[in-house]
Design a protein around this ligand. Sequence first.
Ligand SMILES: Cc1cc2nc3c(=O)[nH]c(=O)nc-3n(C[C@H](O)[C@H](O)[C@H](O)COP(=O)(O)OP(=O)(O)OC[C@H]3O[C@@H](n4cnc5c(N)ncnc54)[C@H](O)[C@@H]3O)c2cc1C
Length: 381
Amino acid sequence: MKPYESPWMDDDLRMLREAVSRFVETEMLPHEAQWRKQKHVDRGTWRKVGEAGFLLMDVPGEYGGGGGDFRHEAVLYEECNRRGLSGFGQGVHSIAAHYVLNYGTGEQKQRWLPRMASGELIGAIAMTEPGAGSDLKGIRTRAVREGDEYVVNGSKIFITNGSIATILMLVVRTDPNDRSRGLSILMVETENLPGYRVGRVLDKMGMAAQDTSELFFEDVRVPVGCLLGSEEGRGMHMLMGDLPYERLTIALGGVAAMEGAYEETVRYTRERQAFGQKIGDFQNTRFKLAEVATQVRVARVFVDRCIEQLVAGELDTETAAMAKWWVTDIQQKVMDECVQLFGGYGYMNEYLVCRMFADSRVQRIYGGTNEIMKELISRSI
Ligand SMILES: Cc1cc2nc3c(=O)[nH]c(=O)nc-3n(C[C@H](O)[C@H](O)[C@H](O)COP(=O)(O)OP(=O)(O)OC[C@H]3O[C@@H](n4cnc5c(N)ncnc54)[C@H](O)[C@@H]3O)c2cc1C
C-alpha cells in the first residue's frame, strides 16, 4: 500500500519527528512499565521533555515556547500515542497553557508559560466535580474574594496529571446565584499550598501510567492576580472558546493510537501461525485488516483537515466535535478488531494492543462525552 503522509508535514517537521521519535524511544518508552506500576509519570521526565524543547511547541518564543504551531505539537502527540504512552498528559498541559496564552495578561503569561515550557510546572485542568461533569454549570467549588485573595473550598475528581501537577487551571464558582455567568478560572500553583490536598490516584480500566486524581481545597488562599480573563464570571465563555483545540488533541491521539495498533497487528499476523499457515493469510484476517486500514485512513484524513483548519484559525466547534466523537468511536472498534487478531495474547497487558484497547474506552467519555458532542453538532443543524 502506498504510504500516507499528512499534507501538513514539511522538511522541518520531518526533522522534528525524527528527533521526537528518538527521544520517545530512549527517554520515555523504557520507563513506561515502571510508570504503570507507580501510576504516574516521573516529574523528571517532564523536565527532560522541556529541556529537549518539546513542550508548548505552539506557544510563542517570547513566552518560552517553541514558536511553532499545532503541527509541531501534533508530532509529539503522535509519537507518544502510536506507542501507547497514554500516561504522559501533554494534552492537558498544553491546553492549560493555551488558556493562559489566550486570556492571560502579559504579566501572567510571563509568570507561567516559560516555566510550563521548561517542565518546571506541570499543568492540569481541574473542572470536573463529583456532581458536575457534562453539566459544568453545576460546579460548586467556591471562590470567595477576601481583600486581595480568593478563598477556595471544594473538590475535583478525575483530574489528569492530578498528583504531579504543580499548576492547575481551576474552574471555580464566584457567583452562587448565576449558573452560567458565575464561573471563573484561577491559575493555581500548588506546591506547598496550605489547604490543598491530592486525594486518591484513581484505579482505572486503562491508562495505568496516568495519575488521574481527586483534588481537595480547604480554605486555600489564591491571590486575585491568578484570575484569568479580565473579570470574574468569564469562565464559561473562556471554556467554550478553547474547546476545539482540546477536542482535536483527543481525536489526534485516537488516530495515532489506531495507526500504532494497526502496524502492530499487521506485524503479528505475518508471524503467528495456525493450521500450518500464517494467520495473516486467512481471508478473514485479510478482510479485517482491510477494514481497519480503511477506517484508520478515513479518520486520519479528516483529522489532518482539522489540523490544517486549526492552524489557519478556522476550526469551528462543530467540526472539532465531529472529529472527537467519530474518531473515538472508530478507535474503539479498531482496537477491538486488533485484540481479536492477537487471540489470547491480545488480552494480556504485556501486549500493546491490549493496553491500547483499555486506554481507548475513555476517549468516548472525557473531553466532553460523545453524546455531548452530538448535542453540540445537532444544535447547529
Ligand atoms: C480518565 C479520565 C480523565 C479525565 N480527565 C479530566 C481532566 O483532566 N479534567 C477534568 O476536569 N475532567 C476530567 N475528566 C472528567 C470527564 O471530562 C468527565 O467524566 C466527563 O465530562 C463526563 O462527566 P461525568 O463523568 O460526570 O458523566 P455525566 O455527565 O454524569 O454523564 C453520564 C452519562 O450521561 C450522558 N449525558 C449527560 N448529559 C447528557 C445530555 N445532555 N444529553 C445526552 N446524554 C447526556 C453522558 O454522555 C454519559 O453517557 C476525566 C475523566 C476520566 C475518566
